[in-house]
Design a protein around this ligand. Structure first.
Ligand SMILES: Cc1cc2nc3c(=O)[nH]c(=O)nc-3n(C[C@H](O)[C@H](O)[C@H](O)COP(=O)(O)O)c2cc1C
Length: 332
């Protein structure tokens, strides 16, 4: 299958494989790492419009960026059209490429305020939010949502059409309902039906764990790009169209680079906290993985953690080639 660049308004994305917004994970170092492994565009964690407008430092910290990571989309969430418009105007002053609106988050803290996936139950309010955001920025605006609220109220195709009419330049569909949370099967048909309804690009999302699976989703649904979330945690090379073999060395090299990026871009007091969520993911279903994870969690300083990873990598490289082969054979 020929892979075409993804065009979101004036923004050309060479590789249509995209890093999903993941609260607690898609900070600047991880986004840079995914870009280095080939992600065509990266999404920030969801950012509260209230937090931005009330000048909360923690919220503004989430907007940390650097030119090397571009193209970058920053994601806003909220349920009040005026606030969302004002927050979009503030975000627009940053050197970013796109503003995404979260209309898919199922978490109670968010939906009980009418934001995230709850907006799929209020398409008129959702329309006002998209209109206000579009009116307050010259950047392309995209909207990320689900199949619908429940299986009895699947409305992604109409929702996609509404988003296009209100000015969105692309939509992402996580093809599960709010009631599914993060389990249940992803319904590729909803992506195909939504694609048939709009002329803006449609990005498919949900349970894609390899480049080939992403290509299959594009082929079967006609979607223009694929967004990967959990499938890239501890496996940022999933964006690489050359499909590198998953070896211990690949994992350790990726983690080593991740640590370098954290060191380069985060204040030292944040460094250990920034990697804790991620580190264990690099050793999932790997020989000695549990033992390595324990040692990582026990590291008391960031320097200790880097040393540990360097030692593991040195140990691996010092292994005889036949031992490495053995390690790959029973891997994973
Ligand atoms: C830990 C976690 C955090 C997430 N945070 C966000 C978020 O901030 N904004 C958003 O739109 N979706 C968020 N999502 C949903 C993902 O972007 C994605 O739609 C979902 O995980 C399905 O894709 P996947 O199967 O590739 O992970 C989150 C998901 C997880 C597991």
């Amino acid at each position: 299958m020929k892979i075409m660049p993804l065009q979101i308004a004036g923004l050309t994305i060479e590789n249509p494989f995209i890093l999903a917004p993941l609260a607690g994970y898609t900070d600047l170092p991880f986004r840079l790492l995914c870009r280095e492994y080939g992600a065509g565009v990266v999404f920030s964690e969801m950012i509260s419009c209230h937090g931005l407008l009330y000048e909360q430092q923690k919220t503004w910290d989430m907007t940390q960026s650097t030119p090397q990571e571009r193209p970058i989309a920053m994601q806003l969430f909220g349920s009040e059209p005026d606030m969302m418009g004002k927050a979009a105007a503030r975000l627009s002053q940053l050197p970013i490429d796109c503003i995404d609106i979260n209309m898919g988050c199922p978490v109670k803290k968010v939906t009980k305020k009418g934001a995230g996936a709850a907006l799929m139950k209020s398409p008129l309010l959702a329309a006002k939010i998209i209109r206000q955001v579009c009116a307050n920025t010259t950047k392309p605006v995209t909207v990320k949502f689900r199949s619908g609220w429940t299986h009895q109220s699947i409305n992604a195709p109409e929702f996609a059409q509404m988003a296009e009419e209100e000015g969105a330049s692309a939509v992402t569909i996580h093809a599960r309902t709010w009631s599914d949370g993060f389990s249940g099967t992803v319904d590729w048909q909803v992506i195909a039906q939504s694609k048939a309804r709009v002329s803006i690009p449609v990005i498919g999302n949900g349970d894609i764990n390899s480049y080939d699976q992403g290509l299959a989703m594009m082929k079967q649904t006609g979607c223009d790009g694929v967004m990967i979330g959990r499938g890239c945690l501890g496996r940022p090379w999933v964006f690489d169209r050359d499909n590198p073999a998953d070896t211990a060395q690949l994992r350790l090299n990726a983690l080593k680079r991740h640590l370098e990026l954290i060191d380069q871009f985060c204040p030292p007091q944040w460094a250990l906290g920034k990697i804790r969520n991620h580190a264990g993911k690099y050793f999932k279903s790997m020989r000695h993985g549990a033992e390595i994870r324990n040692r990582i969690y026990q590291a008391e300083t960031f320097a200790d953690l880097r040393q540990l990873v360097d030692n593991l990598l040195d140990g691996l490289l010092a292994e005889k080639p036949e031992e490495q082969g053995e390690q790959q054979a029973d891997k994973y």
